[in-house]
Unconditional design. Structure first.
Ligand code: NAD
Length: 483
Protein backbone atom coordinates (compact mmCIF):
# COMPACT_ATOMS: atom_id res chain seq x y z
CA UNK A 1 0.00 0.00 0.00
CA UNK A 2 1.33 3.43 -0.86
CA UNK A 3 0.44 6.82 0.60
CA UNK A 4 -0.16 9.37 -2.13
CA UNK A 5 -0.91 13.00 -1.42
CA UNK A 6 -2.32 15.37 -4.00
CA UNK A 7 -2.32 18.74 -2.25
CA UNK A 8 0.09 21.11 -0.54
CA UNK A 9 -0.31 22.81 2.82
CA UNK A 10 0.01 26.41 1.82
CA UNK A 11 -1.20 29.17 4.07
CA UNK A 12 -3.10 27.05 6.56
CA UNK A 13 -5.22 25.10 4.10
CA UNK A 14 -4.82 22.32 1.56
CA UNK A 15 -4.19 23.75 -1.90
CA UNK A 16 -3.78 22.25 -5.36
CA UNK A 17 -0.14 22.43 -6.49
CA UNK A 18 0.75 24.67 -9.43
CA UNK A 19 2.30 21.81 -11.45
CA UNK A 20 1.88 18.04 -11.79
CA UNK A 21 5.47 17.29 -10.74
CA UNK A 22 5.72 14.67 -8.04
CA UNK A 23 8.22 13.28 -5.55
CA UNK A 24 8.22 9.49 -5.23
CA UNK A 25 9.34 7.97 -1.95
CA UNK A 26 10.88 4.54 -1.55
CA UNK A 27 11.40 2.40 1.50
CA UNK A 28 15.08 2.43 2.47
CA UNK A 29 14.75 -1.19 3.64
CA UNK A 30 12.94 -2.69 0.63
CA UNK A 31 13.53 -0.08 -2.13
CA UNK A 32 9.80 -0.36 -2.91
CA UNK A 33 7.70 2.72 -3.61
CA UNK A 34 5.78 3.63 -0.45
CA UNK A 35 4.24 6.93 -1.43
CA UNK A 36 4.35 10.16 -3.35
CA UNK A 37 3.61 13.84 -2.82
CA UNK A 38 3.40 16.89 -5.09
CA UNK A 39 6.73 18.59 -5.70
CA UNK A 40 6.27 22.26 -4.94
CA UNK A 41 7.22 24.72 -7.68
CA UNK A 42 8.49 28.28 -7.41
CA UNK A 43 4.88 29.40 -7.94
CA UNK A 44 3.88 27.39 -4.86
CA UNK A 45 6.78 28.94 -2.91
CA UNK A 46 5.62 32.41 -3.95
CA UNK A 47 2.12 31.56 -2.68
CA UNK A 48 3.45 30.14 0.60
CA UNK A 49 5.69 33.15 1.28
CA UNK A 50 2.93 35.59 0.32
CA UNK A 51 0.53 33.92 2.72
CA UNK A 52 3.16 33.84 5.51
CA UNK A 53 3.90 37.52 4.83
CA UNK A 54 0.20 38.49 5.00
CA UNK A 55 -0.26 36.55 8.23
CA UNK A 56 2.83 38.11 9.76
CA UNK A 57 2.02 41.68 8.68
CA UNK A 58 -1.64 41.53 9.74
CA UNK A 59 -1.93 44.23 12.43
CA UNK A 60 -4.26 41.99 14.47
CA UNK A 61 -2.70 38.72 13.40
CA UNK A 62 -0.56 35.95 14.84
CA UNK A 63 2.57 38.04 15.42
CA UNK A 64 0.61 40.51 17.56
CA UNK A 65 -1.27 37.92 19.58
CA UNK A 66 -0.80 37.69 23.29
CA UNK A 67 2.03 35.14 23.75
CA UNK A 68 -0.22 32.98 25.94
CA UNK A 69 -2.61 32.59 23.01
CA UNK A 70 0.19 31.38 20.74
CA UNK A 71 1.34 29.05 23.52
CA UNK A 72 -2.11 27.42 23.46
CA UNK A 73 -1.69 26.68 19.76
CA UNK A 74 1.71 25.12 20.44
CA UNK A 75 0.22 22.97 23.21
CA UNK A 76 -2.48 21.79 20.81
CA UNK A 77 0.16 21.06 18.17
CA UNK A 78 2.00 18.92 20.73
CA UNK A 79 -1.20 16.97 21.39
CA UNK A 80 -1.92 16.50 17.71
CA UNK A 81 1.67 15.34 17.10
CA UNK A 82 1.31 12.80 19.91
CA UNK A 83 -1.91 11.47 18.36
CA UNK A 84 0.03 10.78 15.16
CA UNK A 85 3.33 9.85 16.79
CA UNK A 86 3.33 6.14 15.91
CA UNK A 87 2.42 6.92 12.30
CA UNK A 88 5.14 9.56 12.17
CA UNK A 89 7.79 7.21 13.60
CA UNK A 90 6.83 4.54 11.07
CA UNK A 91 6.91 7.02 8.17
CA UNK A 92 10.34 8.38 9.16
CA UNK A 93 11.68 4.88 9.74
CA UNK A 94 10.45 3.54 6.39
CA UNK A 95 11.80 6.51 4.46
CA UNK A 96 15.24 7.15 5.95
CA UNK A 97 16.03 3.79 7.53
CA UNK A 98 15.97 4.99 11.15
CA UNK A 99 15.26 1.90 13.29
CA UNK A 100 11.73 2.23 14.62
CA UNK A 101 12.91 1.83 18.23
CA UNK A 102 15.30 4.74 17.71
CA UNK A 103 12.61 6.82 15.94
CA UNK A 104 10.57 6.56 19.14
CA UNK A 105 13.40 8.41 20.90
CA UNK A 106 14.88 10.79 18.32
CA UNK A 107 11.54 11.81 16.80
CA UNK A 108 9.76 12.21 20.14
CA UNK A 109 11.28 15.65 20.72
CA UNK A 110 8.63 17.72 18.85
CA UNK A 111 5.89 17.68 21.53
CA UNK A 112 8.56 18.25 24.17
CA UNK A 113 9.87 21.26 22.25
CA UNK A 114 6.42 22.67 21.43
CA UNK A 115 5.51 22.58 25.13
CA UNK A 116 8.93 23.83 26.23
CA UNK A 117 8.66 26.92 24.02
CA UNK A 118 4.99 27.42 24.92
CA UNK A 119 6.10 27.58 28.57
CA UNK A 120 9.02 29.87 27.86
CA UNK A 121 6.95 32.39 25.91
CA UNK A 122 4.27 32.40 28.59
CA UNK A 123 6.90 33.38 31.15
CA UNK A 124 8.96 35.77 29.06
CA UNK A 125 8.46 39.52 29.50
CA UNK A 126 7.97 41.20 26.14
CA UNK A 127 9.59 44.34 27.56
CA UNK A 128 12.37 44.80 30.04
CA UNK A 129 12.97 48.26 31.49
CA UNK A 130 16.56 49.05 32.45
CA UNK A 131 17.94 52.11 34.22
CA UNK A 132 19.77 54.16 31.63
CA UNK A 133 23.29 55.52 31.97
CA UNK A 134 22.71 58.38 29.54
CA UNK A 135 18.93 58.07 29.12
CA UNK A 136 16.55 57.93 32.07
CA UNK A 137 15.40 54.41 31.10
CA UNK A 138 15.96 51.96 28.30
CA UNK A 139 13.06 49.70 27.39
CA UNK A 140 14.26 46.57 25.61
CA UNK A 141 11.43 45.18 23.51
CA UNK A 142 11.32 41.73 21.94
CA UNK A 143 9.36 41.17 18.76
CA UNK A 144 9.13 38.27 16.34
CA UNK A 145 11.81 38.41 13.65
CA UNK A 146 9.41 37.84 10.75
CA UNK A 147 8.77 35.28 8.04
CA UNK A 148 11.10 32.30 8.44
CA UNK A 149 12.36 29.86 5.82
CA UNK A 150 13.09 26.53 7.54
CA UNK A 151 15.23 24.08 5.55
CA UNK A 152 15.19 20.54 6.90
CA UNK A 153 17.49 17.54 6.27
CA UNK A 154 16.27 13.95 6.01
CA UNK A 155 18.10 12.37 8.94
CA UNK A 156 15.87 13.36 11.91
CA UNK A 157 13.25 15.33 9.99
CA UNK A 158 10.56 15.89 12.61
CA UNK A 159 12.75 16.92 15.51
CA UNK A 160 14.78 19.20 13.25
CA UNK A 161 11.55 20.80 12.06
CA UNK A 162 10.38 21.24 15.66
CA UNK A 163 13.62 22.98 16.67
CA UNK A 164 12.49 25.73 14.29
CA UNK A 165 8.69 25.56 14.52
CA UNK A 166 8.66 25.49 18.36
CA UNK A 167 10.61 28.68 19.04
CA UNK A 168 9.51 30.31 15.77
CA UNK A 169 5.79 30.00 16.53
CA UNK A 170 6.30 30.89 20.19
CA UNK A 171 8.06 34.10 19.14
CA UNK A 172 5.22 35.00 16.71
CA UNK A 173 6.95 34.24 13.42
CA UNK A 174 5.29 32.61 10.43
CA UNK A 175 7.17 29.74 8.80
CA UNK A 176 7.62 28.19 5.38
CA UNK A 177 9.10 24.71 5.82
CA UNK A 178 11.03 22.90 3.09
CA UNK A 179 11.50 19.25 3.96
CA UNK A 180 14.01 17.05 2.14
CA UNK A 181 12.62 15.03 -0.78
CA UNK A 182 13.73 11.83 1.04
CA UNK A 183 11.39 12.51 3.98
CA UNK A 184 8.14 14.05 2.86
CA UNK A 185 5.53 11.57 4.08
CA UNK A 186 6.17 12.47 7.74
CA UNK A 187 5.97 16.16 6.76
CA UNK A 188 2.38 15.50 5.66
CA UNK A 189 1.56 14.04 9.05
CA UNK A 190 2.92 17.20 10.68
CA UNK A 191 0.88 19.28 8.24
CA UNK A 192 -2.19 17.30 9.23
CA UNK A 193 -1.37 17.89 12.92
CA UNK A 194 -0.99 21.65 12.27
CA UNK A 195 -4.40 21.82 10.58
CA UNK A 196 -6.01 19.81 13.39
CA UNK A 197 -4.35 22.04 16.01
CA UNK A 198 -5.94 25.10 14.42
CA UNK A 199 -2.67 26.81 13.48
CA UNK A 200 -4.00 29.99 11.85
CA UNK A 201 -3.85 30.66 8.13
CA UNK A 202 -0.42 31.54 6.77
CA UNK A 203 1.46 30.55 9.93
CA UNK A 204 2.82 27.22 8.63
CA UNK A 205 3.29 26.19 5.00
CA UNK A 206 5.12 23.07 3.83
CA UNK A 207 6.70 22.96 0.38
CA UNK A 208 8.35 19.64 -0.52
CA UNK A 209 11.24 19.97 -2.95
CA UNK A 210 14.95 19.64 -3.56
CA UNK A 211 17.89 21.96 -3.11
CA UNK A 212 17.00 24.26 -6.01
CA UNK A 213 13.63 24.95 -4.47
CA UNK A 214 15.42 25.50 -1.15
CA UNK A 215 17.76 27.99 -2.77
CA UNK A 216 14.78 29.82 -4.28
CA UNK A 217 13.08 30.00 -0.87
CA UNK A 218 16.22 31.15 0.96
CA UNK A 219 16.68 34.12 -1.41
CA UNK A 220 12.98 34.98 -1.66
CA UNK A 221 12.36 38.70 -1.05
CA UNK A 222 9.53 37.90 1.39
CA UNK A 223 11.75 36.00 3.84
CA UNK A 224 13.20 37.69 6.94
CA UNK A 225 15.25 34.84 8.45
CA UNK A 226 16.61 31.49 7.35
CA UNK A 227 17.01 28.49 9.65
CA UNK A 228 19.03 25.77 7.91
CA UNK A 229 19.99 22.30 9.07
CA UNK A 230 21.98 20.19 6.66
CA UNK A 231 25.40 19.55 5.26
CA UNK A 232 28.28 21.98 5.62
CA UNK A 233 28.39 22.34 1.80
CA UNK A 234 24.68 23.23 1.72
CA UNK A 235 25.16 25.57 4.69
CA UNK A 236 27.94 27.45 2.92
CA UNK A 237 25.72 28.00 -0.14
CA UNK A 238 22.85 29.22 2.08
CA UNK A 239 25.20 31.45 4.08
CA UNK A 240 26.49 33.03 0.86
CA UNK A 241 22.96 33.76 -0.33
CA UNK A 242 22.07 35.25 3.06
CA UNK A 243 25.29 37.27 3.23
CA UNK A 244 24.53 39.21 0.08
CA UNK A 245 20.98 39.85 1.28
CA UNK A 246 22.15 40.66 4.86
CA UNK A 247 19.54 38.14 5.99
CA UNK A 248 19.88 36.55 9.44
CA UNK A 249 20.65 32.86 9.18
CA UNK A 250 21.23 30.03 11.62
CA UNK A 251 23.22 27.05 10.37
CA UNK A 252 23.22 23.60 11.98
CA UNK A 253 25.74 21.67 9.91
CA UNK A 254 27.89 18.58 9.85
CA UNK A 255 30.15 17.07 12.47
CA UNK A 256 33.03 14.70 13.13
CA UNK A 257 32.92 14.61 16.89
CA UNK A 258 35.22 12.76 19.25
CA UNK A 259 34.13 10.14 21.78
CA UNK A 260 37.04 10.37 24.21
CA UNK A 261 37.53 7.22 26.27
CA UNK A 262 39.77 8.12 29.23
CA UNK A 263 42.03 5.45 30.68
CA UNK A 264 39.81 5.05 33.76
CA UNK A 265 36.59 4.54 31.74
CA UNK A 266 34.23 1.68 32.55
CA UNK A 267 33.93 -0.35 29.34
CA UNK A 268 31.60 -3.03 30.69
CA UNK A 269 29.13 -3.17 27.80
CA UNK A 270 26.39 -4.55 30.03
CA UNK A 271 26.52 -1.22 31.85
CA UNK A 272 27.56 1.32 29.23
CA UNK A 273 26.90 -0.44 25.90
CA UNK A 274 23.59 1.30 25.23
CA UNK A 275 24.97 4.75 26.03
CA UNK A 276 28.09 4.16 23.94
CA UNK A 277 25.91 3.01 21.05
CA UNK A 278 23.60 6.04 21.31
CA UNK A 279 26.57 8.44 21.36
CA UNK A 280 28.38 6.93 18.39
CA UNK A 281 26.04 4.87 16.19
CA UNK A 282 22.42 6.00 16.66
CA UNK A 283 20.25 6.18 13.53
CA UNK A 284 22.77 4.08 11.55
CA UNK A 285 25.37 6.78 12.02
CA UNK A 286 23.12 9.31 10.27
CA UNK A 287 23.21 11.91 13.05
CA UNK A 288 25.29 15.07 12.96
CA UNK A 289 26.45 14.99 16.61
CA UNK A 290 27.75 11.41 16.83
CA UNK A 291 31.22 10.73 18.18
CA UNK A 292 32.53 8.93 15.12
CA UNK A 293 36.17 9.36 16.10
CA UNK A 294 36.70 7.16 19.14
CA UNK A 295 39.84 8.34 20.95
CA UNK A 296 41.38 5.49 22.93
CA UNK A 297 44.29 5.57 25.41
CA UNK A 298 47.27 3.57 24.11
CA UNK A 299 47.42 1.46 27.26
CA UNK A 300 43.81 0.27 26.71
CA UNK A 301 43.70 0.52 22.92
CA UNK A 302 42.87 -3.11 22.09
CA UNK A 303 40.29 -3.21 24.87
CA UNK A 304 38.49 -0.18 23.38
CA UNK A 305 38.70 -1.69 19.88
CA UNK A 306 37.27 -4.96 21.21
CA UNK A 307 34.44 -3.17 23.02
CA UNK A 308 33.36 -1.30 19.88
CA UNK A 309 33.83 -4.41 17.75
CA UNK A 310 31.47 -6.27 20.11
CA UNK A 311 29.01 -3.37 20.08
CA UNK A 312 28.96 -3.23 16.29
CA UNK A 313 28.97 -6.91 15.48
CA UNK A 314 26.28 -7.50 18.12
CA UNK A 315 23.94 -4.82 16.72
CA UNK A 316 21.18 -6.41 14.67
CA UNK A 317 21.16 -5.00 11.14
CA UNK A 318 17.80 -5.28 9.41
CA UNK A 319 14.56 -3.77 8.18
CA UNK A 320 14.14 -0.44 9.96
CA UNK A 321 10.51 -1.22 10.84
CA UNK A 322 11.52 -4.38 12.69
CA UNK A 323 11.34 -3.72 16.44
CA UNK A 324 14.61 -5.54 17.13
CA UNK A 325 16.67 -3.72 14.49
CA UNK A 326 19.46 -1.55 15.87
CA UNK A 327 21.04 -0.59 12.56
CA UNK A 328 18.86 0.01 9.52
CA UNK A 329 19.70 0.91 5.94
CA UNK A 330 21.04 4.21 4.67
CA UNK A 331 18.43 6.79 3.62
CA UNK A 332 19.16 6.52 -0.11
CA UNK A 333 21.27 4.63 -2.62
CA UNK A 334 23.38 7.79 -2.98
CA UNK A 335 24.10 7.79 0.75
CA UNK A 336 24.84 4.03 0.68
CA UNK A 337 27.34 4.56 -2.16
CA UNK A 338 28.95 7.47 -0.32
CA UNK A 339 29.42 5.38 2.82
CA UNK A 340 30.82 2.48 0.79
CA UNK A 341 33.24 4.92 -0.82
CA UNK A 342 34.56 5.86 2.64
CA UNK A 343 34.79 2.22 3.73
CA UNK A 344 36.94 1.51 0.67
CA UNK A 345 38.97 4.66 1.29
CA UNK A 346 39.73 3.76 4.92
CA UNK A 347 40.95 0.30 3.94
CA UNK A 348 42.96 1.68 0.98
CA UNK A 349 44.60 4.21 3.33
CA UNK A 350 45.88 1.33 5.44
CA UNK A 351 43.45 1.25 8.37
CA UNK A 352 42.71 -2.16 9.88
CA UNK A 353 39.11 -3.25 9.19
CA UNK A 354 38.15 -4.82 12.52
CA UNK A 355 34.48 -5.34 11.74
CA UNK A 356 32.50 -4.89 8.52
CA UNK A 357 33.83 -3.72 5.19
CA UNK A 358 32.12 -3.17 1.86
CA UNK A 359 29.37 -5.44 0.57
CA UNK A 360 25.94 -6.26 1.88
CA UNK A 361 25.25 -7.49 5.38
CA UNK A 362 24.48 -11.22 5.32
CA UNK A 363 20.91 -12.16 4.49
CA UNK A 364 19.85 -8.71 3.26
CA UNK A 365 19.50 -8.86 -0.50
CA UNK A 366 17.63 -5.59 -0.95
CA UNK A 367 17.57 -2.19 0.74
CA UNK A 368 20.35 0.39 1.03
CA UNK A 369 22.27 -1.46 3.72
CA UNK A 370 25.93 -1.15 4.59
CA UNK A 371 27.92 -3.27 7.01
CA UNK A 372 28.71 -1.48 10.28
CA UNK A 373 32.46 -0.94 9.96
CA UNK A 374 35.13 -0.34 12.56
CA UNK A 375 38.57 0.98 11.62
CA UNK A 376 41.60 0.70 13.89
CA UNK A 377 45.32 1.49 13.61
CA UNK A 378 44.81 4.84 11.90
CA UNK A 379 45.59 8.36 12.91
CA UNK A 380 43.54 11.51 12.89
CA UNK A 381 44.84 12.52 9.43
CA UNK A 382 43.06 9.68 7.60
CA UNK A 383 40.16 10.84 5.40
CA UNK A 384 37.77 8.60 7.36
CA UNK A 385 38.81 10.43 10.54
CA UNK A 386 38.49 13.92 9.07
CA UNK A 387 35.40 13.84 6.86
CA UNK A 388 31.79 13.33 7.87
CA UNK A 389 30.72 9.88 6.62
CA UNK A 390 27.13 9.78 7.93
CA UNK A 391 26.94 6.01 8.22
CA UNK A 392 27.73 3.27 10.79
CA UNK A 393 31.50 3.70 10.45
CA UNK A 394 33.76 4.39 13.42
CA UNK A 395 37.51 4.95 13.68
CA UNK A 396 39.46 4.19 16.86
CA UNK A 397 42.40 6.58 17.13
CA UNK A 398 45.10 6.08 19.79
CA UNK A 399 46.41 8.81 22.13
CA UNK A 400 49.00 9.05 24.91
CA UNK A 401 47.61 11.30 27.65
CA UNK A 402 44.58 13.53 28.29
CA UNK A 403 46.27 16.58 26.73
CA UNK A 404 46.94 14.63 23.55
CA UNK A 405 43.34 13.37 23.48
CA UNK A 406 42.10 16.97 23.70
CA UNK A 407 44.51 18.06 20.95
CA UNK A 408 43.30 15.27 18.63
CA UNK A 409 39.65 16.03 19.43
CA UNK A 410 40.28 19.67 18.51
CA UNK A 411 42.20 18.82 15.36
CA UNK A 412 39.04 18.84 13.24
CA UNK A 413 37.26 21.18 10.87
CA UNK A 414 34.11 20.52 12.89
CA UNK A 415 32.90 21.09 16.45
CA UNK A 416 29.33 19.95 17.11
CA UNK A 417 29.04 17.13 19.65
CA UNK A 418 31.30 14.69 21.44
CA UNK A 419 31.56 12.76 24.66
CA UNK A 420 33.99 11.91 27.45
CA UNK A 421 33.94 8.50 29.16
CA UNK A 422 35.50 8.31 32.62
CA UNK A 423 34.82 7.20 36.19
CA UNK A 424 36.33 10.45 37.51
CA UNK A 425 33.75 13.27 37.17
CA UNK A 426 36.29 16.05 37.75
CA UNK A 427 38.73 14.74 35.18
CA UNK A 428 35.93 14.18 32.67
CA UNK A 429 34.70 17.75 33.18
CA UNK A 430 38.19 19.17 32.66
CA UNK A 431 38.52 17.29 29.38
CA UNK A 432 34.95 18.17 28.27
CA UNK A 433 35.59 21.87 28.95
CA UNK A 434 38.74 21.83 26.82
CA UNK A 435 37.13 20.36 23.70
CA UNK A 436 36.26 22.96 21.05
CA UNK A 437 32.67 22.01 20.43
CA UNK A 438 29.16 23.40 20.79
CA UNK A 439 27.92 20.48 22.92
CA UNK A 440 29.48 17.54 24.74
CA UNK A 441 28.27 14.70 26.95
CA UNK A 442 29.88 13.02 29.94
CA UNK A 443 29.31 9.25 30.04
CA UNK A 444 26.55 9.59 27.46
CA UNK A 445 25.23 12.00 24.87
CA UNK A 446 21.76 13.30 24.04
CA UNK A 447 20.85 16.95 23.43
CA UNK A 448 18.65 18.33 26.22
CA UNK A 449 16.07 21.02 25.35
CA UNK A 450 17.32 23.17 28.25
CA UNK A 451 20.78 23.61 26.73
CA UNK A 452 21.62 25.53 23.54
CA UNK A 453 22.55 23.10 20.76
CA UNK A 454 24.77 24.01 17.83
CA UNK A 455 28.27 23.99 16.50
CA UNK A 456 31.53 25.85 16.25
CA UNK A 457 33.86 25.96 13.26
CA UNK A 458 32.39 24.22 10.16
CA UNK A 459 29.54 22.80 12.27
CA UNK A 460 27.58 25.99 12.06
CA UNK A 461 26.52 29.33 13.41
CA UNK A 462 23.78 29.92 15.96
CA UNK A 463 21.98 27.79 18.50
CA UNK A 464 18.74 25.84 18.72
CA UNK A 465 17.11 24.56 21.96
CA UNK A 466 17.03 26.48 25.24
CA UNK A 467 16.05 30.15 25.64
CA UNK A 468 18.83 30.89 23.12
CA UNK A 469 16.78 29.01 20.51
CA UNK A 470 13.86 31.38 21.16
CA UNK A 471 16.09 34.46 20.99
CA UNK A 472 17.07 33.41 17.46
CA UNK A 473 13.48 34.16 16.36
CA UNK A 474 13.21 37.52 18.10
CA UNK A 475 14.34 40.99 17.13
CA UNK A 476 15.36 43.44 19.86
CA UNK A 477 14.50 47.10 19.96
CA UNK A 478 15.78 49.59 22.54
CA UNK A 479 13.56 52.55 23.38
CA UNK A 480 15.55 55.31 25.15
CA UNK A 481 13.51 57.62 27.33
CA UNK A 482 14.72 61.11 28.13
CA UNK A 483 11.59 62.45 29.84
P1 NAD B 1 21.86 18.66 2.57
O1 NAD B 1 22.68 19.88 2.87
O2 NAD B 1 22.09 17.97 1.30
O3 NAD B 1 20.32 19.06 2.57
C1 NAD B 1 19.68 19.60 3.71
C2 NAD B 1 18.47 20.39 3.27
O4 NAD B 1 18.93 21.57 2.62
C3 NAD B 1 17.59 19.68 2.27
O5 NAD B 1 16.25 20.08 2.50
C4 NAD B 1 18.08 20.22 0.94
O6 NAD B 1 17.13 20.13 -0.08
C5 NAD B 1 18.41 21.64 1.31
N1 NAD B 1 19.46 22.29 0.53
C6 NAD B 1 20.63 21.79 0.11
N2 NAD B 1 21.35 22.73 -0.52
C7 NAD B 1 20.63 23.88 -0.46
C8 NAD B 1 20.85 25.20 -0.90
N3 NAD B 1 21.95 25.54 -1.57
N4 NAD B 1 19.90 26.13 -0.64
C9 NAD B 1 18.79 25.80 0.03
N5 NAD B 1 18.52 24.56 0.47
C10 NAD B 1 19.43 23.61 0.22
O7 NAD B 1 22.00 17.71 3.83
P2 NAD B 1 21.34 16.26 4.00
O8 NAD B 1 22.16 15.30 3.24
O9 NAD B 1 19.86 16.31 3.75
O10 NAD B 1 21.51 16.04 5.57
C11 NAD B 1 22.64 15.50 6.12
C12 NAD B 1 23.55 16.60 6.63
O11 NAD B 1 22.87 17.39 7.60
C13 NAD B 1 24.76 16.05 7.35
O12 NAD B 1 25.91 16.77 6.95
C14 NAD B 1 24.46 16.31 8.81
O13 NAD B 1 25.59 16.41 9.63
C15 NAD B 1 23.70 17.58 8.74
N6 NAD B 1 22.88 17.73 9.95
C16 NAD B 1 23.21 18.68 10.88
C17 NAD B 1 22.47 18.80 12.04
C18 NAD B 1 22.78 19.84 13.08
O14 NAD B 1 21.91 20.12 13.89
N7 NAD B 1 23.97 20.39 13.11
C19 NAD B 1 21.38 17.97 12.25
C20 NAD B 1 21.09 17.01 11.29
C21 NAD B 1 21.83 16.91 10.14
Amino acid sequence: MTTDHTQLLIGGGWTAPATNNRITVRSASTEEIIGSVPEASTTDVDAAVASARRAFDDPNGWSTWDPARRAEVLDRLAEEYEKRAEQIYAAVSAQNGMPIAIARQLESFPPLLFRYYADLIRKQQVEEVRDGILASTVTVRRSPIGVVAAIIPWNVPQTLTATKVGPGLAAGCTIVIKPSPETVLDAYLLADAAVAAGVPEGVISIIPGGRELGAYLVSHPGIDKVAFTGSTAGGRAVAQACASLLRPVSLELGGKSAAIVLDDADLDLAKVGQSLFAATLANNGQVCFLGTRVLAPRNRYEEVVDAFAALMSGALVGDSLDESTLIGPMASSVQRDRVHGYIERGAADGARVVVGGTGRPDGLDRGWFVRPTLFADLDNNAAVAREEIFGPVLSVIPYGNDAEAIAIANDSDYGLGGSVWSTDPERATTVANAVQTGTIGINGYLPDPQGPFGGVKASGIGREFGPEGLAAYQALKSVYRFD
